[in-house]
Design a protein around this ligand. Structure first.
Ligand SMILES: Nc1ncnc2c1ncn2[C@@H]1O[C@H](COP(=O)(O)OP(=O)(O)OP(=O)(O)O)[C@@H](O)[C@H]1O
Length: 283
């Protein structure tokens, strides 16, 4: 593959058929699938966003979800976490078909997952500690003091100073708000963590510190992470595999596999100047 400029279609191998779960090659190797999407179709009115989309995520990996603007990354994330309903298809999370979840079983599943929304979605009238306590109170009956201790632990885990707990979101920098929001997403010790553009708006140093934090949490807590991102540095630095939304479906592979994948958007994104610079940086 030529590094100097965009490769022409002729330079690339023919597009190989995908194996199970939208994958370029089979990465299962006996690993547990913690998120399995099959035949997903989403649409708003006549506008189809995803069509017959398959996608597998394995336990313990960090998967970056990328794609052109408007291809449906956020809609896919919202569909997975139940904020948007797919017209067709099945979503299996931690071995359970999510369409069968209602009431208590749905709350139990929610407790096993954490979400960091793009804007942080912290309650502005509550302190950071109180924000972290919100999901704990919803899912567990614990003494107030115990919940505060858990919140303090989460604040420490995301690398924020202890006194952050007493502050309101408006008193924090953008980077601190992202960490506070991550602390809330970790409140219930989730197995699966969903992050929506977590490094958007951070300066490169803040973004790389955040990436390191996420990687450390994944390795130390055994988390599985699906992360919507536009950040090529994050993809190179921390993602085990990358899922690309293309033509209403998902193609999943390692960076090396995607660099060989023949599709105009993939070529432009991964072989363009920014893609090359990010790869060079993380060699
Ligand atoms: N609630 C909704 N009603 C109607 N259309 C919607 C709704 N939510 C999203 N869409 C449309 O779905 C498409 C995909 O949106 P989405 O926000 O998932 O894109 P994205 O890939 O996350 O884009 P970006 O990278 O720009 O954030 C867009 O065309 C958007 O206008």
């Amino acid at each position: 593959m030529a590094e100097a400029g965009l490769a022409s279609t002729e330079d690339l191998p023919p597009k190989a058929p995908l194996v199970e779960g939208g994958q370029i090659s089979d990465h299962r190797d006996g690993r547990e699938v913690v998120l399995r999407l099959r035949g997903i179709r989403t649409q708003f009115g006549d506008k189809v966003i995803h069509d017959n989309l398959d996608f597998d995520v394995f336990r313990g990996e960090i998967v970056g979800l990328v794609g052109g603007s408007g291809t449906g990354k956020s809609v896919l994330l919202r569909t997975i976490i139940g904020l948007n309903r797919a017209r067709e298809g099945t979503i299996e999370m931690l071995g359970v078909d999510t369409s069968t979840l209602h009431g208590k079983s749905q709350r139990e599943m929610l407790a096993r997952t954490g979400v960091q929304f793009q804007d942080g979605a912290l309650f502005s009238s509550l302190t950071v500690t109180e924000n972290i306590i919100v999901p704990i109170r919803e899912h567990a009956e614990l003494e107030d003091q115990t919940m505060r201790e858990i919140a303090a632990l989460k604040i420490g885990m995301v690398g924020l100073p202890a006194d952050t707990g007493m502050k309101k979101p408006s008193e924090l920098s953008g980077g601190m708000r992202k960490r506070a929001s991550l602390a809330r997403a970790l409140a219930l010790d989730p197995e699966l963590l969903f992050l929506d553009e977590p490094t958007a708006g951070l300066d490169p140093i803040g973004a790389s510190h955040y990436d390191e934090l996420v990687k450390g949490l994944c390795r130390n807590l055994g988390l599985t992470i699906l992360m919507v991102t536009h950040d090529l540095d994050s993809l190179n630095a921390i993602c085990d595999r990358i899922a690309v939304l293309l033509d209403k479906r998902v193609v999943v592979g390692t960076m090396a596999e995607l660099l060989e994948y023949d599709h105009p958007w993939v070529r432009e994104y991964f072989h363009g100047p920014r893609g090359r610079a990010a790869r060079q940086e993380h060699k």
